[in-house]
Design a protein around this ligand. Structure first.
Ligand code: ADP
Length: 180
């Protein structure tokens, strides 16, 4: 049987319900879906690679043809290693298109057998991104409907650490003011 193996790459910092929707839908299209978590991204990540993998592994536990793995370096090398020829990406808006178009062409240039498949976001998640979720969490907004349940403890931990850092830095300012 010709197994269709696809890779869904990203930073997933953290995974959102928008990502999970793409994972669920593409798991129905392919025999095996490997969620490739980029170790070193061009933008600094809030969560460590082990945390990002743990969050994804937990929320995809019930989908038995989905696997989660970290990777570094070129996506096409990771694909060759897993004998995958399809890249899955999600599209939210026109603003995603230019970058995705460039990446798809570059990946095909590097590995001509590769195909990039784009899944349109679910309308409920079109405005959702990992950075918006983190920003909202920082302001104590209710984000339960935006992220899988497994992500909440990680966001709460990050919120507590940030609150402590903020309160420590405001104490320093008070101390400095008293000296004058
Ligand atoms: P990047 O790879 O740019 O760091 P992410 O890791 O956040 O981006 O996302 C990985 C993939 O998931 C990208 O193709 C992105 O467009 C897609 N994606 C992110 N959020 C959503 C969403 N809410 N709906 C559909 N696709 C999404």
């Amino acid at each position: 049987m010709n197994k269709k193996i696809a890779v869904y790459p990203g930073s997933f910092d953290p995974v959102t319900n928008g990502h999970l929707d793409i994972i669920t839908r593409s798991s129905e299209l392919f025999d095996r879906l490997i969620v490739g978590v980029l170790k070193n991204t061009s933008k600094p990540c809030t969560f460590a690679i082990s945390e990002r993998i743990a969050m994804l592994a937990s929320c995809t536990r019930g989908i038995n043809n989905v696997y989660v793995a970290g990777f570094d370096g070129l996506l096409v090398d990771f694909m060759k290693q897993h004998k995958a020829r399809v890249i899955v990406r999600g599209l939210r808006a026109i603003s995603d298109f230019e970058y995705e178009f460039q990446m798809a062409l570059m990946n095909r240039n590097l590995y001509p057998q590769v195909e990039t498949v784009f899944l349109m976001t679910d309308e409920h998640y079109s405005y959702l991104s990992s950075s918006i979720v983190k920003e909202l969490a920082g302001f104590n907004a209710d984000i339960k409907s935006f992220v899988p349940r497994s992500v909440m403890p990680y966001l709460n931990k990050q919120r507590t650490a940030r609150a402590k850092k903020y309160s420590d830095s405001s104490k320093t300012i008070v101390k400095k003011r008293r000296k004058h």
